[in-house]
Write a protein that binds this ligand. Structure first.
Ligand code: UD1
Ligand code: F6R
Length: 693
């Protein structure tokens, strides 16, 4: 759970100060991935010296630490590799010693930044300690840096001088777990290896001249190398690499970044966990695949694989990002979360754009169209996700059941993995994820793929692991979501799921009227969200008065609004640290009612649908115990005279009402957090992209 960033300049003169600023800026855009500590490594004043700067806290603390150390900013580097990291602790407390870059030893011969978890790090650590290495940190990452040094020394002792890519391959043979990894070494000046397994990593390429090629060849090992790789694998944890002849890989087949006459071309590379930290420099990016080793030196990228797999793609394409810098800036808003709440008229529109023909009530989802006949034959739909994404599954489950007439199960990815339930070839497994990188969802996806199920993704981040690994899917096109609390992704996931349910059932004549009703409802949603956002001022006031010093809050909803209640409670807990609980209104009398008195604030969703009378009766049970609920109802309903407050939202089709009802609770959570002086975009203990189990 971390962000990694690297900056490489080749034949481009940069002062050390500029290099530091580049790294710091890249990190600050990745802060949402983790922000309890940060660090970076750059070349020192003396040749073959690497300087590491690290600090606990957000990236600003690292900047302050560097300012205090005052390295000479004007030193010029024509070629240079800098690596940086922002951390969210998994192994070891946030402490300077646990910050990345982690190092091979006091001389910093090998330094690494890492996002992920090395599951066999204890075994490696014991082995390396036995060989005299002294560990300073509690991190799993430190064993990678020290392993590099050990494997390097062993190669030399065997009379072999490996290149950095070969060395990286040897180290990776020993590692289990997940990683996005950058390694820099004094033995390989101005070179870097970047590799990933289960954690995202991409490379931005910036050059003055237009790039002539839009792909890079993958370099597979020769048969001889495969054999020695196999020998190596058999020796796992023997940590004794076999001497290999010169692989000849320096005579690369890939000449992607040379100029017309074959001369080296000035070029800069930006390595990152996320495109948002790259786009201010370049829109040309290459997404690495699992097990790729990208070796960057002499202004070129070489992509290596340890094994030649049948059917594996032999190139990696350089794509053009369709992301604008303005999209990831805060604009006039105080926080990203606030911006993202207010973006929902636009983001929900973007989810539907080009996909719904409102006139003819037709939906065309380019990413699932050809799969529809197969998907319709599914015996069961299993929706799998975590947190807010799970709530969007709950919110749409019933419309899936109604329209498709296929049984639908909704699963929390972690529980699904714990149970390892039966999954069959005729199951359709739907994975919903904003980041597309959530570890539990990814593991559940692999589990379902292994069992032959069809997998469909509903994902925001294009190029993310879930988007790439699912058979088919829909990008929700909500734009980057930076605030840790998910808001606009929820409403867009909800709409994307409804569109999938509509697509799956568009062959049913008996559903025609219902389809028309829902599509007409969808068309109005962006405008209706604008109306709901006008509640901002009264909600702010409510949070500054009635809800200000409360310790706990209940949210009541049933039917479609059960998911809204759960999502509202999660938002409130997550950013205002106030205890809150979403309760299915039908369950009130089975226990929760005991909590109700004149003090406990309760938010009740009482918009008009077929369950409205039942919701009324639940609210009566509350008011009969002197409870004074805050009611979220439809415009014009005035049945709630004794309510503490009445927030009115426009009426829409029953299955879409949750899209409007969730907005007031997003705003409540936002203003409660602001009132408590909480850093809304960075709630404690949380990170945006949960890439650990
Ligand atoms: C695609 C293009 C969009 C273009 C449009 C025009 C992309 C990312 N989208 O949008 O820029 O304007 O065509 O026709 O290039 N997928 C998964 N799993 C997921 C999400 C998506 O496998 O979780 C796959 C889809 O099956 C599809 C591809 O990714 O093959 C793109 O999906 P999506 O962006 O939703 O497709 P379109 O809306 O058609
Ligand atoms: C809550 C929140 C989390 C995420 C969850 C899944 O506001 O953001 O609960 O929804 O961690 O993340 P994704 O959707 O990226 O898989």
């Amino acid at each position: 759970m971390c962000g990694i960033f690297g900056y490489v300049n080749y034949l481009v003169e940069k002062q050390r100060g500029e290099i530091i600023d580049n790294l710091i800026e890249g990190l600050s855009r990745l802060e949402y991935r983790g922000y309890d500590s940060a660090g970076l490594a750059i070349d020192g004043d003396v040749e073959s010296e690497v300087d590491i700067f690290r600090a606990v806290g957000k990236v600003a603390s690292l900047k302050a630490e560097i300012d205090q150390c005052a390295p000479e900013r004007s030193t010029l580097f024509t070629n240079h590799v800098g690596i940086a990291h922002t951390r969210w602790a998994t192994h070891g407390q946030p402490a300077t010693v646990n910050c990345h870059p982690q190092s091979s030893g006091p001389q910093n011969e090998f330094v690494v930044v890492h996002n992920g978890i090395i599951t066999n790090y204890k075994a490696i650590k014991i082995l390396l300690e036995g060989k005299g290495f002294v560990f300073d940190s509690e991190t799993d990452t430190e064993c990678i840096a020290k392993l590099f040094k050990h494997v390097y020394d062993t190669n030399l002792a065997n009379g072999h001088d490996p290149d950095l890519n070969e060395l990286t391959k040897q180290v990776l043979f020993e590692l289990e777990g997940s990683y996005g990894l950058l390694v820099k070494s004094v033995f390989y000046p101005n070179e870097v290896c970047a590799t990933r397994k289960g954690s995202p990593l991409l490379i931005g390429v910036k050059s003055e001249k237009a790039l002539k090629v839009d792909f890079v060849d993958v370099e597979f090992p020769t048969t001889d190398e495969q054999v020695s790789a196999k020998t190596l694998q058999n020796k796992r944890l023997g940590l004794l690499p076999v001497a290999q002849g010169d692989s000849g890989l320096r005579q690369s087949q890939s000449r992607a970044f040379l100029s017309e006459d074959g001369a080296p071309m000035p070029v800069e590379f930006f390595l990152s966990s996320d495109p948002s930290s790259v786009i201010q420099h370049t829109k040309k990016v290459m997404f690495l695949e699992d097990d790729d080793i990208a070796h960057i030196y002499d202004g070129e990228i070489h992509i290596h694989r340890a094994k030649r797999e049948s059917g594996a793609s032999a190139t990696r394409s350089i794509q053009t990002l369709e992301l604008e810098l303005a999209q990831i800036m805060k604009g006039p808003y105080s926080h990203f979360m606030q911006k993202e709440i207010f973006e929902q008229p636009e983001s929900t529109f973007n989810t539907m754009r080009g996909r719904i023909d409102f006139e003819n009530s037709q939906i065309t989802l380019g990413g699932v169209k050809s799969w529809l006949p197969t998907l319709r034959r599914s015996r069961r739909i299993i929706m799998i996700a975590c947190g807010t994404s799970y709530h969007s599954c709950l919110a749409t489950r019933s419309i899936f059941e109604e329209l498709t007439e296929i049984p639908v199960a909704v699963e929390l990815a972690s529980d699904f993995l714990d149970r390892r339930p039966p999954v069959f070839r005729d199951d359709c497994c739907v994975f919903v994820s904003q980041s597309g990188e959530t570890a539990d969802s990814m593991l559940a996806l692999n589990y379902c793929i292994e069992r032959g199920a069809i997998t469909l993704g509903i994902v925001n981040a294009v190029g993310s692991s879930i988007s790439r690994l699912t058979h088919c899917g829909v990008h929700i096109n909500a734009g980057p979501e930076i605030g840790v609390a998910s808001t606009k992704a929820y409403t867009s996931q909800y709409i994307a799921l409804v569109m999938v349910a509509l697509s799956l059932s568009n062959d049913s004549i008996s559903q025609t009227d219902r389809h028309r009703e829902i599509v007409a409802g969808l068309q109005k949603i962006p405008e209706q969200i604008k109306t709901v956002l006008e509640l901002d001022a009264p909600i702010k006031e409510l949070c500054e008065t009635v809800l200000k010093d409360q310790k706990s809050l209940l949210l009541l909803g049933r039917g479609y609004q059960h998911a809204t209640a759960l999502e509202g409670a999660l938002k409130i807990k997550e950013i205002s640290y106030m205890h809150s609980e979403g309760v299915l209104a039908g369950e009130l009398k089975h226990g929760v009612l005991a909590l109700v008195d004149e003090h406990l604030p309760i938010i009740a969703f009482a918009t008009r649908d077929s369950l409205f009378p039942k919701t009324m009766s639940a609210i009566s049970q509350v008011t009969a115990r002197d409870g004074r609920p805050i009611i979220i109802s439809n415009e014009g309903d005035s049945v709630w005279d004794n309510a503490l407050a009445n927030l009115q939202v426009p009426l829409t089709v029953d299955c879409l009402q949750g899209l409007l009802n969730v907005i007031p609770v997003q705003l409540i959570s936002y203003w409660l957090a602001v009132g408590r002086d909480i850093d809304v975009d960075f709630p404690r203990n949380l990170a945006k992209s949960v890439t650990v189990e």
